[in-house]
Design a protein. Structure first.
Length: 422
């Protein structure tokens, strides 16, 4: 190819790469102007380095493009390497698939290398535009959620990309004649890494579930012991009632029995509420928080409208959500006057949604912290190690496509989590 053809083929190839890169950086300002400048300058550099030794020219083009992306997008090196590596390997594999498809099923072997590049790059641009608008957001979310487990795949992709690019620049027919093998290598890498991720995540999930079980097992056992002790006391209650019947006259007996049975009923109903809760995590968390509230002189009440309600969260995730929300509410009212130390938990559902609602008396100037309240590390406390509770709650809720919102109603702060029925 002459210099004009080389410039145009590089220009169209870089369009695909920058479209995908912008999909990772949709919030960047003036990204299309930045992209045009990067594509133009990188294409010029590709023409200049065409006369160099193939591997030297490839490395210079790679380094220049990375530098331009860092300069214009202000990306840190880690994120840039991750994004660029996945993009370049994807583009290389897809270009190879498109090229072989066109060759075998459409045009056959074209005499013009330039025309072959143009047809391939045009299809790649259309494909990348579709990915930009309809596919990439979910991929990015899942990729960064598992970023710590993708470094092994990332290293393999870097090696694959560098070797494949050097072979292509040296003698592209080696790759074209072995296209199936070069396509399958990154696919197999992804499959193996995916199996590893799923396996490791299952182990982590099982470990967390086991930790939650061990954490609340003693609580449930305490609750069972309390129920047994109440049952053991029944004969004492019967003895007391029998004694009242013998010692009080008819007029006094009715009044005293009424008061005694009402107090007994209230005592028993407090325990019965935990027994009939459908979720053992609900029962354990609420049981612990009721005790904690009494120690801190906080008026904590709860209302579970439907004991059969089931949330999409795993047990340890439900525990984390409830504990963080209730602890946050307790902390907010700790320094208030006794008559304002009010916290409530409400669990409800209807045909369309399931809700967890935790409310407390509104602290002064609370409105100012609302915009930052779910940010990682944000806290109103002076001690280190805080500021992750509500951030973790939001992350768990979003994992299951739920919604968390902060409301102020009647001088109360309300954290409401909603999961929508499918």
């Amino acid at each position: 190819m002459n210099n004009y053809e080389l410039f145009f083929s590089s220009f169209t190839e870089l369009i695909s790469i920058l479209i995908l890169f912008n999909a990772f950086n949709k919030n960047s300002q003036n990204k299309f102007i930045k992209s045009f400048i990067i594509i133009l300058l990188s294409s010029i550099v590709a023409v200049i380095t065409n006369s160099f030794t193939s591997w030297i020219g490839t490395l210079i083009n790679f380094a220049f493009l990375v530098f331009m992306l860092m300069f214009f997008y202000k990306k840190n090196m880690r994120d840039l390497v991750i994004e660029y590596t996945f993009i370049i390997v994807f583009v290389m594999v897809m270009e190879l698939i498109v090229d072989r498809t066109l060759t075998v099923f459409v045009f056959g072997e074209l005499n013009s290398e330039f025309l072959n590049y143009i047809f391939t790059n045009t299809i790649m641009i259309i494909l990348c535009i579709c990915i930009y608008f309809w596919v990439i957001d979910k991929i990015i979310f899942n990729m960064y959620k598992r970023i710590n487990k993708l470094y092994f795949l990332l290293i393999n992709f870097i090696i694959y990309g560098v070797v494949a690019k050097l072979i292509w620049e040296s003698d592209k027919y080696i790759i074209l004649e072995n296209a199936f093998a070069f396509i399958m290598i990154p696919i197999v890498m992804c499959i193996v890494n995916l199996i590893f991720i799923v396996y490791s995540e299952n182990i982590v999930e099982h470990k967390k579930s086991l930790e939650t079980y061990n954490k609340y097992n003693s609580v449930i056992l305490d609750l069972i012991d309390e129920i047994k002790s109440r049952q053991h006391d029944f004969k004492n209650h019967f003895s007391t009632i029998y004694g009242m019947v013998l010692t009080y006259d008819e007029k006094e007996l009715r009044y005293e029995l009424k008061n005694y049975l009402e107090s007994l009923q209230k005592s028993l109903s407090d325990t019965e509420e935990y027994i009939y809760m459908g979720s053992k995590v609900f029962a354990a968390v609420i049981y612990v928080k009721v005790r904690e509230a009494k120690q801190k002189n906080i008026d904590f009440c709860f209302n579970i409208e439907d004991n059969t309600i089931k949330f999409p969260l795993r047990g340890y995730e439900l525990s984390e959500v409830l504990n963080n929300l209730i602890d946050n509410a307790f902390q907010a009212v700790m320094n208030m006057k006794t008559d304002k130390k009010n916290v409530y938990l409400r669990i409800m559902q209807n045909d369309k949604e399931k809700c967890i609602e935790v409310g407390n008396t509104k602290p002064e100037m609370f409105e100012k912290v609302i915009p930052n309240i779910f940010y990682k590390g944000f806290t109103t406390k002076k001690e280190d190690g805080h500021g992750y509770g509500l951030y973790n709650v939001k992350k768990i809720v979003q994992k299951y496509k739920g919604k968390i919102e902060v409301l102020i109603e009647d001088e109360n702060v309300i954290f409401r989590i909603t999961f929508y029925s499918i």
